[in-house]
Write a protein that binds this ligand. Structure first.
Ligand code: FUL
Ligand code: CA
Length: 494
């Protein structure tokens, strides 16, 4: 009797095992055509989160605001730092209303003055008259950012024209000590910003001399980055060359027409002289390092009263927006806070105008009124996915197909002047070349022939009545993957 029981039991185990095997085989046959392989390199989670921010503020406010300079020498007296009406809530409110997602503040610029009471130096707010030496600007800003639901980032200049040990190995400990303070005491930091300008003349604790460093090796960046990963694992690190985000290559606000997020990272380093050669990225690059476009709303990074009437026009700001966010980059727009410690009225006004323009442009997606079709779709990735307001869903072609034409037809013609299209970047940047055509008054016209798309491509054109649109993907590294597209009517602004 016992033997028989034992026999039945093993028999059932065997049946069960067999059933699982068969069902797995069946499943893999059935869903084989639904699997998409990513094209390396691909972004990390922190890079994806950062890319979704798109538009955020830089604030240059520090000792230079009071000396009316762009680069301080490092011998400035802390007594000079004395804003009369400093109010970080005012900054955060204006920046939030501008539609921006965060703020990066110059915690320490090249002159070495610290906006927080660092325990490693006397050259900080603690020896200034501001808040009787009890102030901590990083803390105040972090509270305002929380209040207005903005992310906080830190600019910490590697170059320090005040510190006596700059250029010697001892300085690296100082620099890292400050980095640890900033990353430990002020909550979540979304970005750490390292400038490429490094070395030259300075005060250096009274030495008043020229000091050069080997930009590639001096900071031992590998180990400096480890501190950031440990203390703020979600923060992206910016420098000319990454590791997470790279410089766009100019300070004018314009990304490159061709912008690959891919880069051969080991061929570049922060502050390298011929950096501009890499500003388009590299199609076959081995690392994912997208660009960030930094530009100031005024000629200077710092506030200068004589530039009060040189705040960029709405037209210029719109052009910058379309040429940064719309060219697979992010826009880091600098607002120089003035010596009262406030965003100047003129800058606030221009920010508001830009946000009104953007809100009005992107409030209604006219592509919703069209019917869309395409010549190839992979099973489970239908074309409807490009027009469902969901960045996570996407359309793609059948395996091996790298060309496709998306056609949008309108029953009644619509008036529009902006087209938007996005690749699903978590699976890698793929598209190499495209053509965008419009049918208006029964006539087809090519509006744009372009190269890369990436996170977002925005195309502007003269307002016209649209019957149909053809977006042709002419070349791609593999099956193209599109997450969303849109058609909009921007208001007249000239
Ligand atoms: C440059 C710096 O030297 C400027 O002063 C400014 O901070 C700008 C954002 O980066 O390299
Ligand atoms: Ca979608």
């Amino acid at each position: 009797k016992m033997d028989l029981k034992y026999f039945n039991f093993t028999k059932w185990i065997f049946y069960l095992f067999f059933l699982i095997l068969i069902s797995n085989l069946f499943k893999s046959c059935l869903f084989k055509n639904e699997i998409i392989t990513s094209i390396n390199p691909i972004p990390t989670k922190r890079q994806i989160n950062w890319q979704q921010m798109e538009y955020y503020a830089f604030i240059h406010f520090n000792m230079n605001t009071f000396t009316n300079k762009e680069w301080g020498y490092g011998d400035e007296s802390p007594a000079t730092f004395n804003p009369s009406e400093l109010d970080t809530d005012q900054w955060a409110r204006i920046i939030k209303e501008a539609g921006m997602k965060g703020i990066i503040l110059t915690a320490k610029h090249h002159d070495g003055f610290c906006l927080w009471p660092s325990t490693f130096t006397e050259h900080s707010v603690k020896n200034s008259p501001w808040r009787e030496g009890k102030g901590d600007l990083i803390n105040e800003l972090s509270l305002s950012c929380k209040k207005y639901d903005l992310k906080l980032g830190i600019y910490l200049s590697p170059w320090d024209r005040n510190h006596y040990a700059y250029g010697k190995s001892e300085y690296i400990n100082y620099f890292r000590g400050q980095l640890k303070e900033l990353l430990s005491n002020y909550g979540e930091i979304f970005e750490v910003w390292f400038d490429g300008a490094n070395g030259g003349d300075g005060y250096y604790g009274g030495a008043n001399e020229i000091r050069h460093v080997d930009k590639k090796t001096y900071y031992d960046w590998t180990n400096t980055y480890k501190i950031i990963r440990q203390l703020q694992p979600n923060a992206v690190i910016f420098s000319d060359a990454g590791p997470d985000i790279r410089w766009v290559g100019n300070e004018k606000g314009y990304a490159n027409e061709t912008t690959w997020s891919n880069l051969y990272r080991d061929s570049v380093y922060a502050g390298m002289p011929d950096f501009h050669r890499f500003s388009s990225g590299q199609e076959e690059g081995t690392h994912w390092i997208p660009t960030e476009t930094d530009v100031s709303i005024r000629p200077g990074w710092y506030y200068h009263p004589e530039q009060d009437n040189q705040v960029k026009s709405l037209e210029k700001l719109i052009d910058i927006y379309f040429n940064s966010v719309g060219l697979n980059s992010a826009l880091l727009l600098n607002i120089p806070v003035d010596f009262r410690g406030l965003i100047h009225e003129n800058d606030a006004l221009q920010l508001k105008k830009l946000s009104n323009f953007l809100k009005s442009t992107f409030s209604q997606n006219l592509a919703k009124k069209s019917s869309i079709n395409v010549d190839s779709s992979k099973k489970k990735y239908p074309i409807e996915n490009v027009n469902d307001d969901n960045e996570e869903t996407y359309w793609t072609t059948n395996d091996g197909i790298i060309k496709a034409t998306l056609k949008l037809s309108f029953e009644k013609p619509v008036l529009a002047n902006v087209f938007k299209i996005s690749e699903f970047i978590p699976l890698g940047q793929r598209i190499k070349s495209f053509r965008f055509e419009i049918k208006s008054n029964q006539k087809w016209e090519t509006i744009k022939e372009g190269s890369t798309i990436g996170n977002k491509r925005l195309i502007r054109f003269k307002t016209c009545k649209i019957d149909a649109i053809r977006f042709s993907i002419l070349d791609s590294k593999s099956s193209p993957i599109i997450s969303e597209l849109g058609l909009y009517k921007a208001p007249d602004y000239k």
